[in-house]
Write a protein that binds this ligand. Sequence first.
Ligand code: GLU
Ligand code: ZN
Length: 299
Amino acid sequence: MSSAYRGRFAPSPTGPLHAGSLAAALASWLDARAQRGTWLVRIEDLDPPREVPGATEAIVRTLARFGLESDEPVVLQSRRGAPYDAAFARLRAAGLAYPCTCSRKDIEDAARAAGLKTGIYPGTCRERPAGARSRPAWRVRVPDVTVAFADRACGRYAQDLAREVGDFVVRRADGPWAYQLAVVVDDAEQGITDVVRGADLLDNTPRQIFLQRALGLATPRYLHVPVVTNERGEKLSKQTGARALTEDVRGELERAARHLGLPHIGADTRDAFLMRAIELWRERWVAGPTIAAEEASRG
Ligand code: GLU
Ligand code: ZN
C-alpha cells in the first residue's frame, strides 16, 4: 500500500494503559506498520476534571515498553486551541452551530414529552435566542440524513443522525471542546488516512463524518476492532476495574494480539513478536479484505 498512510492512537489520559487500550494501540500500530505508514500518538486531554496527573507520561512510557513509539512528537490536544476555534467559527458562519442553555433535566423532560429515545436532544434551543445563562453549550444542527460508511472490519454502518443522535454538543458550557469536534479537526490536521480504534466508537463515526463534510475535510478509512471486556461484558476502563498491565511484555502483547484475532505467535523477543505480528496483520487486514477498504476510501 502507499507510503502516504498515516495512522494514530489517541488515548485520553484518564488512567494508565490497560489491556483494552493496549489492544487498540497495537491494532493501529500494526495497521500502520503493515502498510509502511507513519504512526502517531495524540493525547486527548481536553477534559481536565477526568484527567489523572501523570497519566500522559505513563501512557507514553508504557507504549514504549511494548515497542510502540510515535514516529512524530506526541501531540497534546490541550496545547492546541486555535484550530478548534477556527473550525467552530466555520460551523457558526455556516449557520450550523447554535447555543443551548438547557440543563440535563430540561433535555430529559423535553425528550420524554416529544417521545424521543433517552439521550437524544429534542432541539429545544434550535430556534430560540440564547437564554439568560451567560455560558451556553454549543450544538450542531444535524439534518435529517443517514450517514453511512464502509468500516474495514464491520462493513457498512449507517446512522440516521437526527433520529439516533440529534443535535450534538461541539463546545461544552464549561468551556472545553467536545471530543467529536477535536478528533475531526486533529485527524484532518495530522493528515490521518486510517483510523483504527475500538468498536465502542463505531457509533460516533457518522457524527465525525458529518462534521468532516460540514468543514470540507477528507474522511479517513475506518477500522473498528473489538473492545476488550471484563467478565461482566463491560468495556475495560478504570471505572470497570481494568487491571494494570504486568511486566510480562510478551505475555501482554500475545493476549492483545489474540484479542485482535491473530494466531498464537510465541516469538523469543518482543521485537521478533512485533515483526511476526505485522506479517500476520498484513495477511488478515491488508492483503485480504481490500474490497471493503476500497469501498471505504470511495466513501
Ligand atoms: N480519546 C478516545 C478514547 O480514548 C479515542 C478517540 C479516537 O480514537 O478517536 O476513547
Ligand atoms: Zn437547549
